[in-house]
Write a protein that binds this ligand. Structure first.
Ligand code: FAD
Length: 333
């Protein structure tokens, strides 16, 4: 990924698309067809495949990575979490990724399964658990991958423009709290940073500026790829922003609330909003090409419209999934 970014002109824009492995064979077949169209029509710089915390989707994530990397020849970034993962499972995932030709890993801690009480790893009285004592934080996974594989894998890590929170920390953690750990991840060898979704461009700008100017110098030139989630529905938007602590600026919320009873209108307004965010972001100074990462939720139509509106992809060749209620363009079929 970093080689591909470095090969772009400095003022170029690029984008990546994220997919999760479907649960059923039918879902996989549908996604296969959709991915083939999107690969041809949209030509992302790379695609991401998510990983279920604790390895819950390991076989399915690897199968999807095989499809994107091998069959569709899309540069693939496999997510890998390390909490509640044995070293054996991590080793198997990395070996399998290598066999598939995947050269990029997003190294994450992951969240503890909901049913489990959080085990505080810094508490000496905490119950010993052999299955996950190798890895506590994402930085442990970054170090491990670099130790085992040198520079074979290009390693990305997560960043949080509006701070981080999860079920293990009742208190929301600020950017300032999280930053030393992001420095650690970068010093351990992370090659790029991919961010949590946001809708507040100003909050993102403050974050990126804080990173770029950080006294450690760790973030001067590293690619920082902002995460954007297209608006698929009002309910999904409210749920995901709540879970990720992404703020919704009042002007954004008002526009969506005005149409919240009409799903198609919500999507339309959402495309406008995302288009405006991208235009604003293109103006944010960056030491290299400016990228955008889209959390697609495995859907095609809205992200295609956003990419076209923002001139991130060539127009007129886009095909849209009939499952999503629109015609497939003859050209792309
Ligand atoms: P870490 O970097 O380990 O940080 C976790 C928290 O612990 C932070 O609050 C940090 O401040 C704190 N911390 C870090 N190191 C230390 C330390 N040494 N001492 C004390 N505190 C510390 N989850 C999935 O399950 N599957 C996915 O595919 C997935 N993809 C994601 C993609 C992106 C782009 C992002 C932003 C998140 C993704 N997540 C995914 C969610 C992620 O796993 C959770 O947000 C998780 O809670 C934190 O992971 P992390 O890698 O940021 O952890």
């Amino acid at each position: 990924i970093t080689d591909k970014i470095a090969a772009l002109p400095p003022n170029a824009n690029y984008f990546s698309l994220e997919f999760f492995p479907p649960k059923t064979q039918q879902g996989f077949a549908n996604l296969h067809a959709r991915l083939s169209r999107m690969a041809q029509a949209l030509r992302p710089l790379f695609v991401n495949i998510t990983w279920g915390a604790g390895g819950s989707t390991s076989a399915k994530s690897l199968a999807l990575a095989e499809l994107t990397q091998r069959s569709l020849q899309l540069t693939t970034c496999l997510h890998l979490t390390c909490t509640n993962m044995s070293r054996k499972l991590v080793d198997e995932a990395l070996e399998q990724a290598k066999v598939l030709g995947v050269r990029n890993i997003l190294a994450l801690r992951g969240d503890p399964p909901r049913s489990e009480e959080y085990r505080d790893p810094t508490n000496p009285l905490a119950e010993e658990d052999d299955s996950n004592k190798d890895f506590t934080w994402a930085v442990d996974l970054v170090r491990y991958i670099k130790k085992q594989y040198g520079d074979y894998f290009c390693v990305g890590v997560a960043g949080y423009p509006e701070g981080h929170s999860d079920q293990s920390h009742p208190e929301h953690q600020s950017v300032d709290h999280d930053l030393p750990y992001l420095v650690e991840k970068t010093k351990a060898g992370a090659d790029f940073i991919m961010t949590q979704l946001f809708y507040d461009v100003e909050a993102y700008q403050r974050y990126e500026q804080q990173l770029r100017e950080h006294e450690s110098g760790a973030f001067k030139t590293i690619p920082i790829i902002p995460g954007l989630m297209p608006v698929q529905s009002y309910q999904i938007l409210r749920r995901t922003t709540k879970l990720s602590h992404a703020s919704l600026p009042p002007a954004v919320l008002e526009r969506l609330e005005a149409v919240k009873g009409d799903d198609e209108a919500v999507k339309r307004v959402g495309v406008d909003i995302l288009g405006e965010i991208i235009e604003d972001m293109k103006g944010v100074k960056s030491p290299g090409p400016r990228g955008f990462h889209f959390y697609t939720l495995n859907l095609e139509k809205v992200v295609t419209q956003i990419l076209e509106r923002s001139s991130l992809t060539p127009p007129a060749t886009a095909a849209v999934d009939p499952d999503e209620g629109h015609n497939v363009s003859d050209q792309a079929v």
